[in-house]
Structures are given as C-alpha cells and as structure tokens.
Ligand binder design. Structure first.
Ligand code: PHE
Length: 551
C-alpha cells in the first residue's frame, strides 16, 4: 500500500517525535539542513555501522572525533600529516628537532626528564570535556601553578622601573581602593546610594578587606609581605612599604595582577605528568591503526556519494573515499589545498587571519625556586619578552625549563627580529627581574606556530575583516581580556563554519567559542560527530520514506 509523503511524515512524527520528523524532512530535502539545531551526540550505539568517515588532522579535534565515531560503530580513518599525533599539542624534549618552514632547524639537547609544552600547557578545571578524556584514557594529571604570589611584575615606566612582587601589587591595590571607598562613605558621597545600615556594614567589611585602621587608612599589611621576615630571637619582621596608588594604576601592573581572575586562568589548573602530549598519545593508542601518519592531505573533493580525499604517503599519492569528512585542518592550510568547498566556506578560509604565538624556553638551574621562593607561575615584564613562565613539574629538583616570552608575534616589531635577537630579548627579561641570572640560561628553544609546517598559525584571530571573535584572543597571552560582554560581535564567517558544507563538517578550536583551548577542539569534535550522526539518521529515514512512497 502506497502512502503520501504527508502521511509518512505524520507517522514518523508519531513514532519518533518532532526531531525524527524534522530529520526526515531534512533528508527528503524539504528543509534546509542549515536550520538544524545544534545538538550534542544523540545517536544509538552501532548507528554508525556501514558508514565511512575520513577525519583530516590528528590534533585533539580529530582524535576526539575519531574516538567517538568509532564508539558509534563508524569506520573511521584519520589522515595526519606528521609522524606524531597531537598537532599543536606538542611536547619537546632532549633529542627532538624543531624545523621551520624556512628550512631552519634547532635540536633540543635538554637533560632527560626536561620538556616544554610549546602548544597547550595548561588545563583549566572548568574544561570538563578534555579533563574527562584524560580520566577516561588514564592520563595522569598534576597541578599546574598558573600564578604565584612570590612572582614579579615590572614596568620600565612605573615604580622607577623596580620590579614588584605579586603579593604586594595585589594587596596594596586592594588596600588603596578600600581606603578610597571608606573615605567616600565618611564624606557622605554614597549617602544617596547606601542605607545607613549598609554604609556601616561596608565600613566594617573594608576594615578587614583592606585592611584599614580605625581611621579608615591603609598603612600596608603583612599580606603584602615583608622587607625583612620575622625569625627567631630578636629578629622582628619589617613590613614592606606599600606601593603608591599611582604606580599600581599602571596598566601593566593591574593587568598582570588580574591575569588569574580570568575565567579560564583560575586555580586550580592542571597539566599531564610528563608532558601535554600524553593526551594525544593516549588517544592514538586507543585508535590504533585508524590513524595514518605521514599522510598530508593534498585535495578535498565532494563526490556524488560523499567525499574523496587525496593525500601523500611516503611520496606516493593515495586517495580515500568516504561517506563523510570531518575536516580539522587549520584554515591557513586549507587555503592552499585544492577543494570543493562552497563559496561561503572558501570566503572564510581566504579572509581569516591567524595569530603566530611563540614561546622561548631555556634550561637553567632553578634560581627562581632556590633564590626567590617562586614555584611555578607567571611574571610580567616590559623589558625584552613577556611573560616569564616557571615550570610546575619537577619542583625542588636542581634544574628545569622555563619560558621567557610567550606572545603573538605576528605584525609586531618583535616578530621582525632575527632568532638570535629574539633570544637576546628573552634573556634580557630574566636579567631585568632576576639580575645576574640571565647568564644561567642555556640551550634555548624557540617555537613560533606561524613558522611551523602543517600549522601556519597558532590560533584564529578573525574570521574575516572586522570579525574578531570572543575567544579569538586578540590580546596577548600575557594580557587580561576585556569583559566578555564587550566581545560578542555578530560574526558571519564563524556562523558559516559551524554548519556542514554538505558531507564535509568542520571541527577544531576555531569552530568553537573556546579558541586556543583543547576544550574548544574537543567540543567542536563532539558537535561534528553529532552532525554526521544526524545526517546519517536523516538519510536512513529518507531512504525508508522513498521506499514506502514508491511501494
Ligand atoms: N590557551 C592558551 C594559553 O593557555 C592561549 C590563551 C592565552 C588563551 C590567553 C586564552 C588567554 O595560554
């Protein structure tokens, strides 16, 4: 018995609810796929059986996508250009080589056990997706110390150029602000805004918060530390002189002070024991031969049945046919990869811009721990490179690897220096904050993601002219971002990228609101898998519909 489309859809709706009817209509071409709501994966176990997906790129997004696809029964292959998994998630150790696109190379000769995460190097506790995979895959985590109250802040134009310790800056700022507020209340400036009761409560609060004396003055505080610490016998403690308010109002001081107030920089933060690359290697182990290394993609074509991808493997050209493609490659690379993307996608790819974040790392005696009581954390400095980032691993051992310089160097005067000049700048900042210790730095390693083959950028900055995204990190890693509400621009390039281009679906941190974080990569991958599953479901229903209609 034949039935009409309308009857069929009504029945699908009755049996499977609104979403089944919706997907069926989509599959029948009655609705534009674009209108599909963003859903997390809601696909039945085994629903991927018989469907082939090719994943382009073996970074976090590609690995998560393949892992979840396989769990649903899909047949899945990752094409990864390098001989290792992880993409930007890259840990460099002694014996490793860093090669740039311009043909220059550096060899790492650090001692056994030393490493630097040149890509992601911290995992916030508010990133449950990537932390969840660590747990699931048995990646052991340890605390990453993002900020230390013993670390320094410095600006040539403030405080006579003298470095200040974080605990002074934090607590003296609080003291001055409290004193001003207390004064305003005493002078009646807030009588209109606060009831008598709340004024009294506020004054009580400020006395402890400041802390302020009975007269409402901030006279310094032991929270800000000591010029001479208290000891045994007759050694009394001598408090630091408070830093004056004018100095603390300098941007470079309060920016550094507020760094770990940012949502994604707050304690507690984590890192895998032994290096960030423990994460991609754990995925790779779980995925086995689904990951094809040494397989750079050279062409991405749509076909009547799906997608055809051409790649190189050990010099020979190969192709792979699949029903769907999840493409996690950096947009900078897609620019020069022949493809069949629709016009709006080509436009984003052509017009987007990427940052080139770099890090310079050195091996050294742990002078920061041994001579300054600094264990992990960031320091901010205006001379040379900033920030300085002390290691959280191997605390109390003799030597370690620190970072001096981590910013976006694209379109910057720093970016134009030679590598030797950059290294000299990096050493200078250490010398500025820790005089005499610049010369302890050895075996420098410099990685800049814009210079890396298969990356050509560290993270997306804009999706087209005027299309800076909230998470796109226009500012430097060492700067505090403006409040989130100030950063929610409408962004057509991004809106394009998050929709499937037929059977090609984009993923990666650039296809999320959490740019430059592994969490964004993982979430975009989960969403992409959901989009594949939706299309598969819709196609199956449509297939059933066609059969029913023609029967
Ligand atoms: N996630 C990267 C980091 O931890 C990049 C980033 C820097 C993201 C600053 C946000 C803010 O450094």
């Amino acid at each position: 018995m034949g039935i009409t489309r309308r009857d069929f859809l009504t029945r699908v709706g009755q049996a499977g609810g609104y979403s089944a009817a919706f997907l069926t209509m989509q599959g029948l071409g009655l609705l534009e796929a674009k209108a599909a709501p963003a859903v997390s994966i809601s696909a039945a176990a085994g629903s991927g059986k018989g469907t082939k997906v090719v994943v382009l790129g073996g970074g976090i997004a590609g690995l998560v996508a393949a892992y979840e696809l396989r769990a649903l029964g899909y047949e899945c292959t990752i094409l990864e250009a390098r001989e290792r998994p992880g993409g930007r998630n890259w840990t460099v150790r002694g014996g490793d080589k860093v090669a740039f696109l311009d043909g220059t190379a550096q060899s790492c000769t650090w001692d056994q056990g030393h490493y630097q995460n040149f890509g992601p190097a911290r995992l916030p506790s508010i990133h449950p997706t990537i932390l969840g995979y660590c747990k699931k895959l048995g990646v052991e985590l340890q605390v990453e110390v993002n900020m230390s109250r013993s670390a320094y802040l410095q600006n040539d134009n403030a405080n006579g150029g003298k470095p200040a310790v974080m605990r002074e800056v934090v607590n003296d700022t609080r003291g001055h602000v409290s004193e001003l507020l207390s004064k305003s209340i005493h002078q009646g400036a807030l009588d209109q805004d606060l009831s008598k009761e709340d004024r009294d409560r506020m004054l009580g609060f400020l006395r402890t918060y400041g802390p302020l004396d009975e007269a409402g003055k901030y006279n310094g505080s032991d929270r800000a530390g000591y010029a001479r610490t208290a000891g045994a016998g007759d050694q009394t403690g001598v408090l630091n002189q408070p830093i004056d308010m004018h100095t603390l109002l300098d941007e470079s001081f309060w920016q550094g002070m507020l760094f770990d107030e940012q949502f994604d920089m707050q304690a507690t933060m984590f890192q895998p024991v032994g290096g960030m690359d423990r994460i991609p290697y754990a995925f790779a182990k779980a995925l086995g031969d689904a990951v094809k290394y040494d397989s750079p993609v050279t062409e991405i074509r749509k076909s009547p049945k799906g997608v055809t991808v051409t790649y190189k493997q050990k010099g020979s050209t190969k192709t792979i046919e699949a029903d769907y493609c999840i493409c996690t490659m950096p947009l900078t690379l897609l620019r020069s990869t022949p493809n069949d993307f629709s016009a709006p996608y080509k436009k984003v790819i052509d017009e987007c811009t990427y940052a080139s974040a770099y890090k310079i790392a050195w091996e050294s005696r742990r002078f920061w721990e041994q001579d300054y009581n600094i264990y992990g954390g960031l320091e901010f400095v205006t001379t040379g490179c900033s920030p300085i980032w002390f290691p959280s691993a191997g605390l109390f051992s003799d030597r370690g690897v620190l970072v001096s310089g981590y910013t976006d160097e694209s379109n910057s005067p720093f970016g134009k220096l030679t590598v030797q000049e950059k290294l000299a700048e990096s050493r200078k900042s250490i010398e500025r904050l820790h005089p005499g210790h610049g010369k302890e730095l050895e075996k420098p390693m410099y990685v800049s993601w814009g210079k890396m083959q298969y990356n050509e950028g560290s993270w997306i900055r804009s999706y087209g002219p005027g299309q800076q995204r909230a998470g796109a990190r226009s500012a430097q890693p060492g700067q505090v971002q403006p409040a989130a509400s100030a950063r929610t621009a409408v962004n057509p390039g991004y809106e394009t990228l998050i929709q499937p281009d037929g059977r090609i679906i984009f993923a990666g941190d650039h296809v999320s609101h959490i740019v430059a974080w592994q969490e964004g990569a993982a979430l975009s991958a989960l969403r992409a898998v959901g989009q594949v599953a939706d299309q598969v479901k819709a196609a199956k229903l449509a297939n059933g519909a066609d059969k029913a209609i023609s029967a």
